[in-house]
Ligand binder design. Structure first.
Ligand SMILES: [Zn+2]
Length: 475
């Protein structure tokens, strides 16, 4: 019996045993998606990779997962203090496209990049602009319970009405208040936040809707509360995001749900925090600083393509650090990950696919690591031990294939890429192919040895061959 799954819950600041709220039922998982005004950088993708690994670990443990991810295509303002321009509208101005075109373009780019990183698509991918009615209804419930007030520029959540506002982040609300006595405008408290913003008078917005309070657009936080509630209910299993979401975005999602359910006699207080588990992925650092669009180092998947890296090398790199530790990105670290991935692929490919069963003891050890709050670095170490161990090759392959259901490196599907070899090498390979076709096996073997001596390996295909530079055997 392997170790049962334990996950770190930010709400309780400790590891807790995980069990679905509905015994035997699917796990409800909500993950905050991208704001689609630009490409996602590889730091954003570290979070999405963590969430993909979480899903795979849940499935390893026999749970079906209903995964909902939002696309923020309206309402995310440049400043977290509900000020500044809408990021999408700003993107539209920058590119000369419409806000809708900007959102559609970057949504597609996100979906494509995620796919190349081996990230499985969510069960539901929902756009904020498709759920305006749900958000308006949610705000109306909050207002009815007395948790909202209206100013000249919008409808705001009154955080003073909650005695535990900011608990998730352990916010020092009094301290925040003291630091923000000026510059609040009509906001009553520094921590109050916009539920609905009115379109600025005399300013043309491309995305705006009518509401009971006036024409405008929803605040950023309400979309997640409204869509999570629509697809997963008032209280579901796990809510995830990047660590930067803890003090504002997730804190406010929870406040909104508490406000909406405040007078609900059937919902106990402890089930008003939206999710049973709150989980957060730590940042990717570049040169020891947070990777952000505003910082100098903005790397996206295409930046890795430009340097010839396989996207899955980045996935492998993320497996080497626990999701609750910061990972410092360097090209040297990516090189090491690319080498590790290449060796794992070649090592796996060299093992015969003979329909063997995985080794139960190794599966158990592997489960022990992934169930320890997703300890993928140690799970990876178990995989390497398996690769280099002395089990029958077919058993090693079957065991590694099972591990790869969690790693998501696509080991079984991998084929070596054809590489450009010099003409002297391809002519030997051509001669060898001809020898094979005429069944001159001894000659074919001699030519293989010749290629080997020249530093190349050849792989036979039904209709030809593939060449690749000879690699050192894994140490
Ligand atoms: Zn969110």
């Amino acid at each position: 019996m392997s170790r049962p799954l334990e996950l770190y819950d930010t709400w309780e600041r400790r590891l807790r045993p995980f069990a679905p709220l509905t015994p035997g039922g699917p796990v409800g998982l909500y993950t905050c998606g991208p704001t689609v005004y630009d490409y996602q950088h590889i730091g954003n993708f570290r979070t999405f990779l963590f969430e993909d690994l979480l899903k795979r670990v849940l499935r390893w443990n026999g749970h079906d997962v209903v995964h909902v991810m939002n696309i923020t295509d309206v309402g995310h303002l440049v400043s977290d203090a509900d000020e500044g321009e809408d990021k999408i509208e700003k993107g539209a101005r920058r590119t000369g496209k419409t806000a809708w075109e900007v959102a559609a373009f970057y949504t597609e780019a996100f979906v494509e990049d995620a796919k190349r990183l081996g990230i499985e698509p969510p069960t539901v991918l929902c756009k904020a602009t498709d759920h305006i009615a749900e958000q308006v209804a949610f705000i109306a419930d909050i207002e009815r319970n007395g948790f909202a007030y209206t100013t000249t520029d919008g409808v705001y959540f009154d955080t003073s009405k909650l005695d535990d506002y900011g608990y998730l982040a352990r916010l020092d609300v009094a301290g925040l208040e003291a630091g923000h006595r000026v510059g609040l405008g009509e906001k009553r408290r520094a921590t109050d936040f916009a539920l609905w913003k009115f379109s600025p008078a005399g300013e043309a917005r491309q995305m705006e809707w009518d509401s009971p309070w006036g024409r405008g657009f929803p605040g950023w936080h309400i979309e997640c509360s409204a869509m999570a509630q629509k697809y997963l209910g008032d209280y579901f299993d796990i809510h995830c995001g990047g660590e930067d979401h803890i003090p504002v975005h997730h804190t406010n999602e929870i406040a909104q749900t508490e406000g909406r359910l405040a007078n609900h006699p059937a919902v106990p207080r402890e089930r008003r925090r939206l999710a049973n588990f709150w989980m957060h992925g730590y940042f990717l650092l570049a040169n020891d600083a947070k990777m952000a669009k505003s910082a100098g180092e903005f790397l996206r998947l295409a930046s890795l393509d430009d340097r010839g890296y396989d996207p899955l090398a980045y996935r492998y790199l993320c497996l080497t650090a626990h999701y609750r530790s910061q990972l410092n990105f360097t090209w040297g670290a990516l090189d090491a990950a690319a080498t590790g991935l290449e060796r794992m692929r070649q090592g796996f490919r060299a093992l015969p696919d003979a329909g063997a069963a995985p080794d139960p003891a190794l599966l158990d050890r592997f489960a022990g690591e992934i169930n320890d709050d997703l300890n993928l670095p140690r799970a990876l170490a178990v995989a390497w031990e398996t690769m280099r161990g002395d089990l029958a090759p077919a058993v090693r392959r079957a065991t590694l294939a099972r591990f790869d259901e969690v790693f998501g490196l696509g080991l079984a599907a991998w084929v070596p890429k054809a590489v450009d070899a010099p003409a002297t090498v391809t002519s030997i390979a051509d001669a060898r192919f001809a020898a094979r076709m005429s069944k001159q096996w001894a000659e074919a073997d001699r030519l293989r040895a010749e290629l080997h001596a020249a530093g190349w390996e050849i792989e036979d295909r039904a209709d030809g061959y593939a060449l690749r530079r000879r690699q050192e055997k894994p140490a």
